[in-house]
Design a protein around this ligand. Structure first.
Ligand SMILES: O=C(O)C(=O)C[C@]1(C(=O)O)C=C[C@@H](O)C=C1
Length: 357
């Protein structure tokens, strides 16, 4: 056994030495890029470039490593190289252990400074004020639909959407003891309670459910009181030393949340982009139908359509529309110009690389 392993491990050692040297060579080039950017005050984080690098390595990947694993490795290489140029601060809906925090690391890699915020409003405020260069906010969940507070804040903010990332949301029921003995209340964020309600009705119909500020807060409460069970990610449970009673309790096994990255940066085209807009039309028959006609005329695909009641009383609804392509793409630019000319309200929220995941 040892005799057989030794030469293989020697091989791995030799390859690791090469990798280490190449990684540092790459890092030195990134430092040079950093100096060039510093001269012109150019932004360090370039989501369109990172998306191109990550798509490129997956396309060229000969295997046996999976394309998604290769992307994870390169995500971290770029994150570490970027941090040599400048460490980026990213605000998110805290506390530590939330799915929002997972979204931060999924998008930026580990070499970032996360800034946990108490609310979605605070994420916007911290990013607008420049305390954080970027903010990560939930936009929609595949089971529960739009996150309305985010939609309302996107309408008002001067920030642009510069990226998106989707996270698989798996919930676990966890307690201090790893059992349900003596549990009188199940705590979670209201979204998580809603995403697990069929399962909870089947398994624990008698136990009170209580909505709290976040799943991570529920985990914290459960860590202090054995009569409290928390619904949260296993990452959050691990941070508070909770035991898993049941895993994967979300009603939809494919439950996902899409997050937007907001910031002052407006990324250029990456070759596979999405543009988000908000518009409103005067309240008259056929107005919505006419409003969207330019998209079809210019061959621009709509990937999302969401409405929110306008609370100003001037118009009935705001429509949140995502289309394929960057606003600098000629067909998209023509379609947007026409949409704008027909709309009572029009705002481009941003063009950004489509999520890799
Ligand atoms: O190409 C750049 O602009 C870089 O700064 C290099 C690099 C990389 O490591 O590949 C790092 C950070 C940017 O977000 C994009 C790419």
């Amino acid at each position: 056994m040892t005799d057989k392993l030794k030469p293989l491990r020697d091989k791995i050692d030799a390859i690791d030495a090469q990798l280490l040297s190449l990684l540092n060579e790459r890092a030195k080039v990134a430092q040079e890029v950093g100096h060039v950017k510093a001269e012109t005050n150019a932004p360090v984080f370039r989501p369109e470039r990172e998306a191109q690098v990550l798509r490129g390595v997956a396309e060229r990947n000969p295997g046996p490593l999976a394309g998604t694993d290769v992307q994870t490795i390169f995500r971290e290489i770029m994150s570490a190289c970027r941090a040599l140029e400048k460490r980026v601060t990213v605000a998110y809906l805290g506390p530590s252990g939330t799915f929002s925090e997972q979204a931060v690391y999924r998008q930026f890699g580990q070499a970032v400074d996360g800034l946990p915020c108490a609310s979605i409003d605070e994420v916007f405020r911290a990013t607008e004020a420049g305390t954080a260069e970027f903010g990560v906010v939930p936009v929609e969940n595949s089971s529960e639909g739009a996150i309305n507070r985010t939609l309302d804040l996107l309408l008002q903010t001067p920030l642009a959407i510069s990226g998106e990332v989707a996270i698989a949301v798996h919930h676990s029921l966890m307690t201090k003891t790893g059992t349900m003995d003596g549990v009188t209340v199940i705590c979670a964020h209201s979204q998580a309670l809603a995403q697990c309600q069929v399962w909870l009705n089947d398994h624990y119909p008698q136990i009170e459910r209580r909505a709290v500020a976040s799943n991570a807060e529920a985990a914290r409460l459960a860590s202090q009181d054995a009569s409290v069970a928390a619904i949260a990610s296993e990452i959050a449970g691990g941070q508070y030393q909770l035991g898993v009673v049941h895993g994967h309790i979300q009603d939809d096994p494919h439950n996902r949340t899409r997050f937007a990255i907001v910031g002052k940066l407006q990324p250029g085209p990456s070759g596979n982009d999405r543009t988000s807009i908000v518009l409103a039309v005067p309240n008259k028959a056929g107005a919505v139908y006419q409003l969207l006609a330019p998209l079809a005329q210019h061959g621009v695909s709509m990937t999302r359509f969401e409405s929110r009641p306008a609370r100003t009383g001037t118009w009935e609804y705001y429509f949140y529309v995502d289309v394929e392509g960057h606003a600098q793409n000629p067909a998209v630019a023509r379609a947007l110009a026409e949409l704008k000319s027909n709309a009572a309200f029009f705002k481009v929220l941003g063009s950004y690389p489509t999520s890799l995941y």
